[in-house]
Design a protein around this ligand. Sequence first.
Ligand code: BYC
Length: 470
Amino acid sequence: MSIDYSERIPNNVDLAEDRRLQRALESWQPRFLAWWAEMGPTLPTQDVYLRTAVDVGRAGWAHFGRVALPDYRWGIFLAERDPDRRIAFGQHRGEPVWQQVPGEHRASLQRLIVVQGDTEPASVEQQRRLGLTAPSLYDLRNLFQVNVEEGRHLWAMVYLLHAHFGRSGRDEAEALLLRNSGSEDSPRILGAFNEQTPDWLSFFMFTYFTDRDGKYQLGTLKESAFDPLSRTCEFMLKEEAHHMFVGTTGVDRVVERAAQLMREHDTGDIAPHGGIPLAVIQKYLNFHYSVSLDLFGGETSTNVANYFTSGLKGRWQEERRADDHVLAGEVTAVEQPAGGRVVTVGLPALTALNHDLRTAYSKDCETGVTRWNRILEQHGIDGHRLALPHPGFNRKVGMFAGCHVTPGGQVVDAATWAAGRDSWLPTPADKAHVESLMRPVYEPGKIAAWIAPPRSGINGQPVDYEYVRF
Ligand code: BYC
């Protein structure tokens, strides 16, 4: 299913067949470009070695080449349609999937699409100044790749809003360009997307932890009975894999460099030697993991039970689950704070589906921690290991909001929390140190001293390839 690049808006949805929709999207396009110019990357460049989607099929979907950023071809790409696809869960299980939005689910589906859509431009806004301090051209190129694809993910949601939600969908598409990350008056919808991404350690943690929330949320929307949403998310997930690769390997390289400096100077205090100490890496990890857990909503939610029962949002890998896919009467174990302790209680599985997704996510996050600890081990660093904090740590959403939980999972009073906070979350001094290391390195093949070089280049190119030209 190849993509038509002769159109003003590249697409594989036969946009030219629907003149009204085409005109509506063509009038949104200049507003998107104006938003990109104003809120996108601040670093001026001549061109960047980027991949662009040319097909949605399994093999060879991407083309790599040098592109001037504002000329990137943002477009609308849906995965191949399966004409036999049936609803896999909820009260409509076994019925054919929907090609149109059923009237009774209009508001909920629109809400889910708007929340998803809102995160995409938010991340571009959060990352807009990072180009000024990239540790190498390789990293700079990866940043821009992530940014253009998040821009395309906004297009993906805007297409659904325009094509299926009429006037209110068009209004929401406008509003997606008007809210801004961190804005006092009109912030982005979800908490983590109003946090700052001021440095590259934050960027790598964000792409590891927060993009991974994206993977899981998109995974549940891919199960949706609303087929255009499902197909859209399926293709977005393909692009998302590289974003998480950037996070995983980015943290790998920071940890590796920390380990080298610890060996070289025989100390954990590597800040004076230009490294990021493991204690600081752990604090950044604690912060990004906990704000990403908030993105799953409350542990119990009637919203999510309704989404599931009516077929709007499934579970992670729904079809691989060995149960009835309806879950009425099922019970699941959930941890919650009670009487100054964390206890496990049985709750209706349907209302606990946010918790179910969050649990799968946490398990996935563990793989990164294991990998980073292996790097420490390989460098002979004993006695220092990274770990995910307890899911109750530093939470603003759900059952743990408003109570203080240590990274180890102990419920503590406000004074104990205040006394421990600086050893659990980044302090102004930690942030100032990380910021002091953020100096741009724009010479091909050169790399900042606080991070190890990548193992290989992009798309078979050498590491010292000129990935970005000025
Ligand atoms: N901040 O019933 P509850 C990505 C609201 S990341 C602020 O527990 P529900 C990406 C909630 O909306 C993936 N508000 O929540 C990554 C609800 O409000 P209403 C993004 C929050 O509905 C990196 C109320 O509190 N995609 O793609 O079960 C770069 C009660 O909450 C927050 C999605 O999230 C919060 N953290 O679940 C680029 C998928 N949490 O309705 C991109 C779409 C909750 O009472 N969204 N609230 O006014 C959803 O599935 C759900 O809306 C949520 C919340 C999972 C977010």
